[in-house]
Design a protein around this ligand. Sequence first.
Ligand SMILES: [Zn+2]
Length: 336
Amino acid sequence: MFPRPAAPAAHWLSCALAAAALLSSPWSHARDVPVPTEELQRRLQERIAQVRPPHAQTQPTASIHARRSATATSQRRPAAPNTAHAAAMAQVSGMAAPGTHAVDGAPHAESHPTHWSYSGDGGPAEWGKLRPEFSACAKGQRQSPIDIRGGIRVDLEPIKFQYRLSGFNVVDNGHTVQANIGHGNSIEVGGRRYDLVQFHFHRPSEERINGKQFELVAHLVHKDPEGRLAVVAVLMDQGKQHPMVQLVWNSLPLEKNEEYPSAVPLDMNLMLPEDRRYYTYMGSLTTPPCSEGVLWLVLKQPAQLSAEQLAVFTRLYPMNARPVQQASGRMLKESN
Ligand SMILES: [Zn+2]
């Protein structure tokens, strides 16, 4: 909705009526000759365009973000197949900015910050009521995470990981620890190429495999040129030290919502387990606004991190996992 100030609206209306009255006569006042109806209509439209307040012609800038988010939720347009992707893209676009958890959450630098959390008043059961654009959290039918079980076993195409040494910044955004990655890392799957944008962690893992939850999960968030999201989930159990996790912990910022540039680059290949077989299904962001249309690729083989590394994250975020959502008969496939 676009509330218009009363005075400008009244002004617009009176001007339009005056223009209509002026042009309602089929006779030109100037030369008393008939003027074609089409010409009268054209003049009327011109006159209206001149007097109409600017915000009646274009969307208010301040509302664009909210509308984009709302598109995938309360104002979903049935004819547009990629509305969920568009909303997800809007989230990703804010991702690199400090203070955002773009793939899993709405940017916080808004006029009415909504304090969603993992427990209490702003907990997962309340997310859908906190803001209209969060309604998918409550009403969505293809939400994440899910308990992954009973998938159809097929020869899934391998995910083509094209990862390389990259610079990165670390941010503690109040919901997780996130690493924003420089350009040049991508995956190819399903004939699409997605660029890696960021990765972040949840404790315990949001995904369950046949009911089992893991100590930690890393979500590697990728985006294609049309804004579709593909998230690779790397489950982690306690074991030997994880070299990449250590690099991220080394760069933990002293302040929340401030990006801290790492002094050394990281090799994203080290994030991946040796076995790249995976589960796949269509789901959503796992934090508000819970936008759907996200391709999930959950690697079957868990990676390992040490007890000390796990303790670092636990100290910051002892529990930042959304409860599992209904699978609702969704197609679920897994690599043989
Ligand atoms: Zn996540």
